[in-house]
Design a protein around this ligand. Structure first.
Ligand code: NAD
Length: 349
């Protein structure tokens, strides 16, 4: 395993590895860029097949957070952490406490929040060992309806972004009858399904966890499909809301959807897949732009929390995406690369 020569290294400021013998914690924290502020990002827990896979994931996720914060208009840098292990079977309180101590060692250069495989309770537990946590609900925020879980804001932001993409590509404002395939109906995907259902869309869903599918079928009349079938459905929109690197040479040719708009981070397996989508006439809403709702929500936490302010900021996701789409059309350049250039203009200036 190489770090400085790793293809995803991209001038990271910090990459820290930690093993806690007592709890068995194995974790990596990556801080990409702190020029606009502290490196904020979630802690993902996942049973990675190898340490290399974990490193690749944390580097990509961390870099993505820098770009996300910049295009979301926040004074925040980018970071991320991963815990190696299955959150359903391997997570223990001692492990989460050790993660809190690990975060604290970086002295505030990294601020931890929840992500896939961790939850608000885990972040509260880490907060006993470090003050460098985000995404906690304090009293005022709770009174204003905030639970500390960023997923509702992420899902609403994805919904606004999906609506902007559909308006741009399909020329329609009315989502009634819009056919949407959602890959992964966990915290974000399930809530996105709720917004789409309320707007009159028809839903097809898949998940690696059968109870999550059942919940979506029961709540929104979604049609369940096998995991391998989700790409090739005759739908208008494909919404990846599970894991990254799912858009690649084998899946892109299967897609019938003309719009890709979903919450998952790092959806493109390689940057060149952005071009492949453009050439296939598929409009891709860059993942870190459309899924910025959670970080926007966390940004406003604390004593000034006010849902109307957060909602107004979430709606800007649609406007930012529309600017990217219009520039993509006029310059015939892929949306992902354009978003990167626009973000770099902000965090490198
Ligand atoms: P989650 O763990 O609650 O949900 C993910 C779901 O995907 C789970 O139900 C899981 O069983 C399912 N899944 C895993 N592998 C799958 C596969 N191969 N095919 C189909 N389903 C599969 O996570 P979440 O919080 O809903 O986040 C979903 C995605 O959105 C992640 O990539 C996350 O990084 C990203 N994201 C989340 C937030 C947030 O606020 N939670 C913010 C930004 C980005």
């Amino acid at each position: 395993m190489s770090v400085f020569a790793h293809p995803e290294f991209d001038a990271h400021e910090i990459v820290a590895f930690h093993h806690d013998r007592d709890s068995g914690l194995k974790a990596i924290i990556a801080v990409h860029n702190t020029r606009l502020g502290q490196g904020l990002g979630g802690c993902r827990m996942f049973p990675y097949a190898s340490d290399d896979d974990a490193l690749t994931d944390v580097l990509r996720l961390s870099r993505g957070m820098t770009y996300k914060a910049a295009l979301a208009g926040l004074k925040q840098g980018g970071g991320k952490s991963v815990i190696i292990g299955d959150p359903r079977t391997a997570k223990t309180p001692a492990m989460i406490e050790a993660m809190g101590r690990f975060v604290d060692k970086l002295g505030g250069q990294y601020v931890v929040a929840e992500d896939s495989g961790t939850n608000v309770d885990d972040i509260h537990r880490m907060a006993d060992f470090t003050r460098h946590v985000g995404g906690l609900a304090d009293e005022k925020a709770t009174a204003a309806g905030r639970t500390g879980d960023p997923s509702p804001a992420t899902a609403l932001g994805v919904f606004y972004g999906l609506r902007a993409a559909v308006r741009h590509k399909l020329g329609r404002d009315d989502l009634r009858g819009l056919r949407v395939a959602i890959q992964g109906v966990g915290n974000v995907g399930f809530r996105l399904a709720g917004h789409l259902h309320a707007a009159g869309a028809e839903l097809w869903v898949t998940d690696a966890y059968q109870p999550s599918i059942d919940r979506c079928v029961a709540a929104y009349g979604a049609r369940p499909v096998a995991m391998s079938e989700i790409y090739g459905l005759d739908v208008d929109v494909f919404a990846p809301c599970a894991l990254g690197a799912i858009l690649h040479d084998r899946t892109i040719p299967l897609l019938q959807a003309r719009v890709i708009a979903g919450a998952a981070n790092n959806q493109l397996a390689e940057p060149r897949h952005d071009h492949v989508l453009l050439e296939r006439g598929i409009l891709y809403a860059p993942d870190y732009v459309i899924n910025a709702g959670g970080i926007i929500d966390i940004y406003y936490e604390g004593e000034h929390y006010d849902w109307a302010t957060v909602d107004a900021h979430l709606q800007q996701i649609g406007g930012t995406l529309t600017r990217i789409f219009e520039r993509s059309d006029s310059e015939h350049r892929p949306t992902g690369g354009l978003a990167d250039r626009m973000a770099e203009e902000i965090f490198k200036s």
